[in-house]
Design a protein around this ligand. Structure first.
Ligand SMILES: Cc1cc2nc3c(=O)[nH]c(=O)nc-3n(C[C@H](O)[C@H](O)[C@H](O)COP(=O)(O)OP(=O)(O)OC[C@H]3O[C@@H](n4cnc5c(N)ncnc54)[C@H](O)[C@@H]3O)c2cc1C
Length: 214
């Protein structure tokens, strides 16, 4: 794809040495590209022989360290990590999803393992606890799909779910100042339809890489 604007996209096809440009008219363009690991993964592969997965994420050991380098820990989106069941006899390891609860839990697990290493104790495998999912669907609706300890599955959608999503996201931010700023920022964006964060890019040369900001 070489160009996106308000009326469609341009894309190219190549057959041998011949390149053809096509136009696909559309008022709605949905981007669904994946996310690649940071370039730091390549440095770890080159410098420490780390194995990378297809997305460029670093494949880590059960305790989130690098094979051959127990002093190096990779966490968050850059780690291709598995979650180990509390009772290995009852289940097998599952991939940790690339979401912020995964990154936060890995942070805590890495700190706990660091303390264990300082005391000369064995490190523990990482275990991801999946509390469920929250997703917004437009401006006034969301979907809540949670597993609440001792209660079980909690599933609902609509405006109440949207309020739940809003407060949950603000609640999990660190510090009162951050919560207040994000609440004001979101309030402004909601009522004015304006986003405070904008990506400022160089004016594109022909053909433009992107359409004008909306
Ligand atoms: C569009 C989008 C929507 C998402 N929505 C959700 C959602 O609704 N819920 C959810 O749970 N998760 C969501 N995620 C995923 C979530 O953002 C990530 O899982 C989470 O941010 C991972 O945290 P992290 O600290 O590992 O990485 P990041 O938050 O990406 O932080 C990594 C930091 O390291 C910096 N960095 C990179 N390379 C270097 C280097 N060489 N030197 C120094 N610094 C470096 C980066 O600039 C960045 O600041 C979304 C992700 C995307 C892209």
């Amino acid at each position: 794809m070489t160009h996106i604007d308000g009326d469609g996209v341009n894309y190219e096809t190549r057959l041998g040495d011949t390149t053809q440009t096509h136009r696909l008219p559309s008022k709605t363009v949905i981007w669904a590209a994946g996310v690649a690991g940071s370039a730091l993964g390549k440095s770890l592969a080159a410098g420490a022989g780390a194995m990378l997965d297809r997305a460029g994420r670093v494949i880590v050991r059960p305790d989130l360290s690098l094979t051959g380098y127990p002093e190096i820990t990779v966490i968050g989106d850059l780690a291709s990590a598995m979650s180990y069941p509390a009772d290995p006899a009852k289940g097998k390891p599952t991939p940790v999803p690339g979401v912020s609860p995964g990154a936060k839990q890995m942070g805590r697990a890495a700190a706990a393992n660091l303390l264990r290493r300082l005391k000369g104790d064995a490190t523990q495998p990482f275990r991801y606890i999946d509390y469920g999912n929250l997703a917004t669907v437009g401006r006034k609706a969301a979907v809540v799909d949670l597993t609440v300890p001792y209660v079980g599955a909690l599933r609902f959608s609509g405006f109440l779910a949207w309020l739940f999503w809003l407060f949950a996201h603000i609640w999990f931010l660190i510090g009162f100042r951050n919560r207040l700023i994000v609440m004001l920022d979101w309030g402004w964006a909601y009522w004015t339809y304006e986003r405070s964060a904008r990506v400022v890019a160089e004016p594109p040369s022909a053909p433009p890489a992107m359409g004008p900001p909306h």
